[in-house]
Design a binder for this molecule. Structure first.
Ligand code: AMP
Ligand code: MN
Ligand code: MN
Ligand code: MN
Length: 272
């Protein structure tokens, strides 16, 4: 039965609500689905309530860390949702994301774009505020024809309204994840493109590597499978499903071996 260890909902920048995502997972016949919204875990309980017995919802979150001035994404699996330190850290990240979105809006206004922070808030639906929500507001106001164009013209790393995201130090992130009973994986190393920095993350507490991902070619996946073996990291995989227009991820793809999910779940310390 298919497994997907990387997915987003409306709680961050996905298009489907937790309930709708679970419904799609049921249609695709998934046996395990990890929900890994950016900086937020609010989808997990709703998803568990909506899931039929044959579908296990694995609690996850995608955190951003800074390493050598680069942004790396860490997928935390099996975290205890009641863990106080993690909850406080996620609340703080949410506040910082809101401040950043305000700064992006200010830049856009400075560039002569008519946009309001309220537009961005409305697009975020009250969950994690991310750049795709600013992009959606830009499209709705007619300043770009697609999310992709909004990123290219305004929001991308080299575009005029780019504001960097606040991120955790790797050690802080992995300590939080571990004390909440979870296991940390490096997300999409193929888009991070800094294999040389992976040992630094291992030193800080990294335990797994996302070998299979929508953005990884077969050759890249083989490369990361070998690297995971060499570095003694657990292999994981997922679609990074967002369900938004222009995002080419498909839930349940690429295929993730049962044994990978089993080994990951066995490493988790949170009682479920
Ligand atoms: P943020 O976390 O606020 O920096 O926003 C990053 C998110 O933007 C990523 O998680 C992607 O889902 C999304 N993203 C990045 N580039 C694009 C793009 N060209 N079009 C649409 N979404 C994008
Ligand atoms: Mn995203
Ligand atoms: Mn990511
Ligand atoms: Mn993701």
């Amino acid at each position: 039965m298919p497994i997907d260890l990387h997915s987003h909902t409306t709680v961050s920048d996905g298009a489907l609500s937790p309930k709708e995502l679970v419904e799609l997972a049921r249609k695709r016949g998934l046996s395990v689905l990890a929900i890994t919204d950016h900086d937020a875990t609010d989808a997990i309980e709703d998803a568990r309530r909506a899931a039929a017995p044959g579908l296990e919802i694995l609690a996850g979150v995608e955190l951003t860390v800074h390493v050598a001035e680069r942004e790396a994404h860490i997928l935390a699996y099996g975290i205890d949702l009641r863990d106080q330190a993690l909850r406080i850290a996620l609340e703080d990240l949410a506040r910082r994301r809101a401040e950043r979105a305000r700064a992006i809006v200010e830049r856009l206004v400075g560039l002569g774009i008519e946009i309001d922070f309220a537009d961005v808030m409305a697009a975020s639906g009250g969950g994690t505020i991310a750049r795709p929500h600013v992009a959606r507001a830009l499209v709705e106001r007619g300043h770009a024809s697609s999310l992709d164009e909004a990123f290219r013209r305004w929001l991308g790393r080299h575009a005029p309204a780019f504001v960097p995201k606040q991120a955790l130090a790797p050690r802080v992130a992995f300590d939080l994840v571990k004390s909440a009973g979870g296991v940390g994986a490096l997300a999409h190393p193929g888009t991070f493109r800094r294999d040389d920095l992976i040992p630094v993350l291992v030193e800080a507490g990294l335990e797994a590597l996302e070998v299979r991902h929508t953005e990884h070619s077969a050759a890249r996946a083989r490369h990361y499978e070998a690297l995971a073996r060499d570095l003694d990291l657990l292999p994981t995989g997922g679609s990074d499903f967002h369900g938004t227009p222009g995002h080419r991820s498909r839930l349940g793809r690429p295929v993730v071996p049962d044994a990978w999910a089993e080994a990951l779940v066995a490493r988790i310390h949170t009682p479920r």
